[in-house]
Write a protein that binds this ligand. Sequence first.
Ligand code: ZN
Length: 200
Amino acid sequence: MLERSSSFETLVAELNKLPGIGRKSAERLAYHIIKMPKDEALRLSSSIKAVKEKIFFCSLCFNLTEHDPCSICSDPSRKKDRILVVEDPMDIAAFERSGVYHGIYHALQGRIIPLKGITPDRLRIKELLDRIEKGGIREVILATNPDVEGEATALYISKQLASFDLEVTRIGLGVPMGGSLEFSDSVTLGKALEGRKKFS
Ligand SMILES: [Zn+2]
């Protein structure tokens, strides 16, 4: 049994702040880090430092990027007339892995959860409307997660888009209700995209 030191406790406390990591898991991870070869542990620490210094949000789509605009927004082969609206950059990564979508994206950076104080103005909805106002968009595909909050967010955005001359669609069946886009496979995402329906 390792003697409890303050540096150990600090590491546990920091790991404990990560999502899904309880006190027990944090301790297990901390022990693991202590047992790691020093260069491996330092690589972990410097990779955390590097992402915090180098990665930021694309000023157009709010995807994670090291260059602004991101590689998707600046790719001339992308269809720029359709925007796939997702909750988080992790969802963009899921669609990119699947290879089923060739348009551009917009990450809202969350979804509307009034009980947690996440109101529409806390999300990147205004930025989405600004992009659409500039013109050139023919379709907005709402790909928030298929659960109560995701549906409510999609509905809210569709109302904001009502005055624009464009098609608003919602991804179809495939991703089960309550499921998460981030963890869906490419066949499921492809079907969801193909099966999108007019949203009103
Ligand atoms: Zn971008």
